[in-house]
Design a protein around this ligand. Structure first.
Ligand code: URA
Length: 435
């Protein structure tokens, strides 16, 4: 079929047969679909949607547009994907903890998107760590150590790379069909047996409501399972940063503190354990998610997860003593100041997106793709909602490149936090399970 015929089918609200989808994906890779034709089809999909069968065809064709990893390992190959949030450093803790429970985790991660942080940017804060190794090194580190967290290489789902870049500038990012195919094509190319999805909702997530998050989670779970990967999703709260830190080096430090037991953020711990429990059950390593969660807790408390994290960092080029001397290796900002709210009372709500944007304002994220990231900056000591604050108790600390940047970020953080005279009701952290 000609590109124009394929576009016209979807323009008229008709389903695309698998051969039309295959031709489109081929056209993405070999440029036989022009940028205008890709944009037109993306918009037609955005407006008219896809059936479950079309979503599976698109996802698997995009998965197969590059290398699909195959494994021969003495345990299941599993992974997690988060739809993105602020202070979300779960992957740094989860991957080594799953590996400590007998799984293998080749985690292909992304950079920050919009106001959200990206796992890859966090690892780039570790001097020497190679976030773009070739697939052979990924294979070796995963097999030898149990997990490897790296970025997308040119060989993985190249069709998504081109489609995503065109969607980004044509108002077609926010399509459940296209988001599903984009996320899963990359994850499934890693040759997974099982996958757990963390679909976030709230002020710091892309999905603001439970309904929106549920629709995306259902699409992701259905397509991934139909494509042969056992998958479930948890819908989790992102109405405040998950960790008490937001910013690349600060989140690495925060994850190391949890792994080594020196300081544990309870919300981060709970979400990590819940996701890990789901993944271990889906992979068949544990009978159910509860048993999986207790295996995760044991992997963390025993120090086995920390040891695997340290070995992974060293194997990918980072310092061998990152666990014992993180302060020696992680870059530190020259200006560090405490932030006080001014009002006395209980933290009621946070505009978490605004906090993510304040991190970008400090230089800790990108306004455009070519921006250089300052890994040192961000916030830590972020108080959880419900906490009582006054003139003596800071709501956070800012880490900035200059006093001027610190002042702007302090103002933005204070504006993002609502303090009230009565404690707010506690919100559930895991709202729903889909799968
Ligand atoms: N993340 C992706 O990888 N793709 C999307 O379309 C949205 C989020």
């Amino acid at each position: 079929m000609l590109p124009a015929e394929i576009i016209a089918l979807k323009r008229d609200g008709r389903p695309l047969p698998p051969e039309a989808i295959a031709a489109f994906v081929q056209g993405l890779v070999d440029d036989s679909f022009s940028e205008g034709q890709v944009a037109a089809l993306a918009m037609a999909i955005y407006l008219n949607g896809m059936s479950a069968e079309e979503r599976v065809s698109l996802t698997t064709a995009m998965r197969d547009s590059g290398t699909v990893l195959e494994w021969d390992l003495p345990g299941p190959v599993i992974d997690k994907h988060s739809t993105g949030g602020v202070g979300d450093n779960v992957s740094l803790i989860l991957a080594p903890a799953l590996a400590a429970c007998g799984a293998f985790v080749p985690m292909i991660s992304g950079r920050g998107l919009g106001h959200t942080g990206g796992t890859l940017d966090k690892f780039d804060a570790i001097p020497g760590y190679r976030t773009s190794p070739d697939l052979d090194l990924l294979r070796r580190v995963t097999a030898d150590i149990g997990c490897a967290i790296i970025g997308q290489t040119a060989d993985v789902a190249p069709a998504d790379k081109r489609l995503y870049a065109i969607r980004d500038v044509t108002g077609t990012v926010e399509s459940v069909d296209l988001i599903t195919a984009s996320i899963l094509s990359k994850k499934l190319a890693a040759g997974l047996d099982a996958l757990v999805l963390d679909v976030k909702l709230g002020s710091g997530a892309f999905m603001k409501s439970l309904d929106e998050a549920r629709v995306l989670a259902q699409a992701l779970v259905q397509v991934a399972n139909d494509a042969g990967c056992r998958t479930s999703a948890l819908l989790t709260d992102m109405n405040e940063p998950l960790a008490s830190a937001a910013g690349n080096a600060l989140e690495v430090r925060n994850a190391i503190d949890l792994l080594t037991g020196s300081e544990i953020d309870s919300r981060l711990w709970d979400v990590t354990i819940a996701l890990g429990g789901e993944a271990l059950a889906a992979a068949g390593l544990k009978a159910n998610a509860e048993e999986g969660a207790s295996a995760m807790a044991d992997a963390l408390q025993s120090g086995r997860a920390a040891e695997i994290f340290g070995r992974m960092v060293a194997a990918l080029g980072g310092p061998a003593d990152i666990l014992s001397r993180p302060q020696f290796h992680l870059p530190e900002a020259p200006v560090i100041e405490e932030i006080y709210h001014g009002d006395e009372g209980f933290i009621e709500a946070m505009d978490t997106r605004a906090i993510g944007i304040a991190v970008i304002g400090l230089g800790g994220g990108r306004r455009k793709a070519s921006d250089k990231v300052d890994y040192r900056v961000g916030f830590d000591w972020i108080s959880a909602t419900g906490r009582h604050v006054d003139r003596e108790v800071p709501i956070a600390r800012v880490h900035a490149a200059s006093p001027e940047a610190a002042t702007l970020a302090r103002r933005a953080f204070i504006d993002a936090v609502t303090v009230s005279q009565t404690p707010a009701e506690e919100r559930p952290l895991v709202l729903e399970r889909i799968g």
